[in-house]
Design a protein around this ligand. Structure first.
Ligand SMILES: [Ca+2]
Length: 129
């Protein structure tokens, strides 16, 4: 792992894209160990910021949204339920119940897609300043 991981500030938080890929659980653990959480997206500005952040490398990336605990009840890594938010950015036809974890899908314009949690993807950690 690189010692010089970058953290990009945006709207009061700082975001870091991983340099290695792994399962959703690994991603969650890695963020927690560094004192953060998997990234939460509650508005278009943040979604746009992530698209910009990922567009260079076009990485397939986990965000902190899963329905592992209650199927169909999507919950963010900060505990908030998606149903209580007005903002979503699912790719067309998603979520299609193809998994319990959410990634920013390069082929879908970095809109959200549910896929199996054991799949390998990069991830974005979110840290509070
Ligand atoms: Ca899906």
């Amino acid at each position: 792992m690189s010692e010089t991981w970058k953290c990009t500030p945006f709207q009061g938080n700082c975001y870091s894209v991983s340099e290695t890929a792994g399962s959703y659980d690994q991603a969650e653990r890695e963020c927690t160990e560094r004192g953060g959480i998997l990234a939460v997206i509650t508005d278009q500005l943040t979604q746009d910021f992530f698209i910009q952040l990922l567009s260079v490398s076009s990485k397939d990336t986990w965000i902190g949204l899963a329905d592992e605990h209650f199927r169909g009840e999507w919950q963010w890594s900060d505990g908030m339920f998606l149903s209580s938010s007005t903002y979503t950015s699912w790719a067309y036809g998603e979520p299609n119940d193809s998994g319990n974890c959410t990634h920013l899908w390069p082929a879908g314009g970095f809109n959200w897609d549910d896929q199996p949690c054991h799949k390998s993807a990069y991830h974005i950690c979110q840290f509070m300043f």
